[in-house]
Each structure stands twice: as structure tokens, then as C-alpha cells.
Design a protein around this ligand. Structure first.
Ligand SMILES: Cc1cc2nc3c(=O)[nH]c(=O)nc-3n(C[C@H](O)[C@H](O)[C@H](O)COP(=O)(O)O)c2cc1C
Length: 367
């Protein structure tokens, strides 16, 4: 391939990017409790990676109730907004673009992280997963089934967080409706047994996402600055399952998103081998490209070659890279030079501090 599709600029009505390499959202646990505010180390980390066409930040809590991990940033206090202003300023100074990922973990939390309160969820069903608390890993508990008032509060929290994102200088925001967290818990039949307008039918289980998008728009935020992330074939993580309605549910969501004029839709290929899982869709980009009219980001286990190919094949517009971005801050320059990639150290993904965070070197001869 003479010209690499990944390295060509991308222009749509909503996005103007210098290349098609996206940094996937990744929790790195460097924004210390109890403030959950990004600090100067976080500024340096994103600045180092600013040559990506688009950076998507780590999952960022929309409220105090949204918390599920320690040392993860939020965007619901003035101190957090100030911290993010430094991040966006540093990225923009390098000519980069950055979206914040807006997150509510739902039942993937623990009373130890919520001042003793039970986590919020569509239904009182324990995912039987592990969460990392201030005193180490603990088993999740049975969450509280959200009242309609609590659902309205979460919707309002997302709308406020969206306004805060603009105040913090972000180019946009991504709703984290993926990976087994709150929205996904509503979408999935095994975690949502509600009998009101947020449970039962596909339309009802998908409703929260559209309510949140409507509320963000009603708060005065242009939906052209909003993306959404979905992981349709997630199976076996955080209590998520695939059943006969899973793919039809995501088909419904994706088709309906066409009416919302979002900045993009961000999809993940299955994290695990689902070729033997009944009803799972193993080829997400191929399946959803014909259904979605807007900008499509695809993610999960892509390398330079596969990334170039998926764009050349017309199955995605942009490719998000996660783990490769941890240890290759200059991933774009390495792709340009066909340079080897550095391996990341899993032990320091969430470890705190400089080590394994901002100390991965750039190529010496990087342009
Ligand atoms: C350390 C780490 C933290 C992650 N945190 C998030 C997150 O906050 N939000 C999210 O949507 N995905 C998160 N992910 C998933 C990544 O965005 C991505 O989907 C995954 O790493 C697969 O892409 P890759 O094969 O390019 O790494 C995380 C992944 C890793 C490795």
C-alpha cells in the first residue's frame, strides 16, 4: 500500500482530523482520590500522545455516584474542570484534538467506593465480578435497582457533564455506553429485568442512551460534538452475555443513532473469541458499516496493517488503538516510519505514578 489510509486526513461535517489514528479511551488511574482531578502528570501523558488524529480520554465520571475505580478522574467539580482545562490546552498547543469519555459504571462498583451506598443499576442483580477498592480487590455486591427519579438524575448528570466538557475545552465527548457499564447493563437482558419503560422490549432497554443524548442536546450542546461507544458482542465480561436479542438490540440502537447526527459511532470488535457463542456477531465493522451512515471508529486488537486494511475496505473511517498507545506515545510517527512498536508493561497499566505512564520514550528520530 503506497499511501497508508490511517495517515490520511479525515474530514466530515463534524470532525476535521489530521489522520485517522485514534487513541482509544483507557483508564490509567493517575488522578488521585478523593478529588478525582487530573494533575500535571495526566497533562503530560496526553500531550505526549497529541499527534493522534483524535485522543479519547480515559473513562471520566459524570458524578459522585458514577464512581467504580480509585484514582480515576471526574468532570463534575470545578477542580476537575480546571485540571482538564490544562489537558485540553496542552493537546491543542500541539495541534491535537481531544474528546472526553463520559462514564457511569452502574453496578461495577462497591459501597466502599460510594460512601457506603449501594451501586446503581437497572436491576438488583449482582454481576459477580471483582472491583478495585481502596483496600484492594473485592467481589461486587447486589446493586440497587434504580428508581425512575434516580434514572432522571443520571440523565441530568450526563447533561451537566457534557456542558462541563465544553467548559473544560474539549473538542467533544464520547458517551461510554459500552463494556458492561451502566448503559450496557440497561441494554443487556441478563442485567435488566425491569418491567417499566426502561426494561422489557428492545426500545425500552435502549431508552436510557437516547434520553441522555436528548438531554445533552436540550442542555445546549451540539450533538455533532458527541460520540457514542458500543461493544455489541461483549460476552463473559462484567456479567455481560449474548442472547438472541443482543445483536438486534444493537442493530436498533445503531440505526436509530443515524437520526442523531453524532460526531461518530465507536464500535469494538469482540474482545474475546465469540465464533462459538450462539447469536454473537464476530465481524462488527462489516456488520455495522452498512447500518450506520455517519463516521465509524472501529477498535480492538488492530495493528498498523489491519488498521490500514479496514479503512481501505471501506468498513470503518477511523481506527482506535488502545494498548499500543500506552507504550508508543508517538504511534503515528512509528506508523509513518514503519518503525517497531514498544511493548507495554501490564503491571503498570493502573499502577499510579510516572513508571509505565509518561516514561515510554518516543523514537529518537521521530519527525
Ligand atoms: C488499561 C486499559 C484501560 C481501559 N480503559 C477503558 C476505558 O476507560 N473506557 C473504555 O471504553 N475502554 C477502556 N479500555 C478498552 C480500550 O479502549 C480498548 O477497547 C481495548 O484495549 C482494545 O483495544 P486494543 O486492542 O487496541 O488495546 C481499556 C483498556 C485497557 C488496556
Amino acid at each position: 500500500m503506497a499511501e497508508q489510509p490511517l495517515l490520511t486526513p479525515y474530514h466530515s461535517e463534524k470532525l476535521d482530523l489530521r489522520n485517522r489514528v485514534v487513541m482509544a479511551p483507557m483508564t490509567r488511574s493517575r488522578s488521585d482520590n478523593p478529588q478525582h482531578a487530573p494533575n500535571d502528570l495526566v497533562v503530560e501523558y496526553y500531550q505526549q500522545r497529541a499527534s493522534a488524529g483524535l485522543l479519547i480520554t480515559e473513562g471520566t465520571y459524570v458524578s459522585r455516584d458514577a464512581v467504580g475505580y480509585i484514582n480515576v478522574p471526574g468532570i463534575y467539580t470545578p477542580e476537575q474542570v480546571t485540571g482538564w482545562q490544562k489537558v485540553t490546552g496542552a493537546v491543542h498547543a500541539q495541534g491535537g484534538k481531544i474528546f472526553v469519555q463520559l462514564w457511569h459504571v452502574g453496578r461495577m462498583s462497591h459501597p466502599d467506593l460510594l460512601g457506603g451506598a449501594l451501586p446503581l443499576a437497572p436491576s438488583a442483580l449482582n454481576p459477580h465480578a471483582q472491583v478495585y477498592t481502596p483496600t484492594g480487590f473485592k467481589e461486587t455486591v447486589t446493586p440497587q435497582a434504580m428508581t425512575l427519579e434516580q434514572i432522571q438524575q443520571v440523565i441530568a448528570d450526563f447533561a451537566q457533564a457534557a456542558k462541563n466538557a465544553l467548559a473544560a475545552g474539549f473538542d467533544g465527548m464520547e458517551v461510554h455506553s459500552s463494556n458492561g457499564y451502566l448503559f450496557h447493563q440497561f441494554f443487556n437482558k441478563s442485567s435488566n429485568t425491569r418491567t417499566d419503560e426502561y426494561g422489557g422490549s428492545i426500545e425500552n432497554r435502549a431508552r436510557l442512551l437516547f434520553d441522555v443524548l436528548d438531554a445533552i442536546q436540550a442542555a445546549g450542546v451540539d450533538l455533532g460534538k458527541v460520540g457514542a461507544r458500543l461493544n455489541p458482542s461483549l460476552h463473559g465480561l462484567f456479567g455481560m452475555t449474548v442472547d438472541e436479542e443482543t445483536i438486534p438490540t444493537f442493530d436498533y440502537i445503531v440505526r436509530r443513532l443515524n437520526d442523531y447526527g453524532l460526531a461518530y459511532l465507536h464500535l469494538s470488535e469482540p474482545f474475546t473469541d465469540v465464533s462459538q457463542v450462539p447469536h454473537a456477531e464476530p465481524h462488527i465493522a462489516q456488520h455495522y458499516r452498512p447500518l450506520y451512515e455517519g463516521t465509524l471508529i472501529i477498535n480492538s486488537k488492530f495493528d498498523q496493517e489491519k488498521g490500514n486494511q479496514v479503512i481501505a475496505d471501506g468498513n470503518a473511517d477511523l481506527v482506535a488503538f488502545g494498548v499500543p498507545y500506552i507504550s508508543n506515545p508517538d504511534l503515528v510517527e512509528r506508523f509513518e516510519q514503519h518503525a517497531p512498536l514498544a511493548e507495554g508493561d501490564k503491571n503498570t497499566f493502573y499502577a499510579g505514578g510516572v513508571n509505565g505512564y509518561t516514561d515510554y520514550p518516543k523514537l529518537e528520530n521521530a519527525k
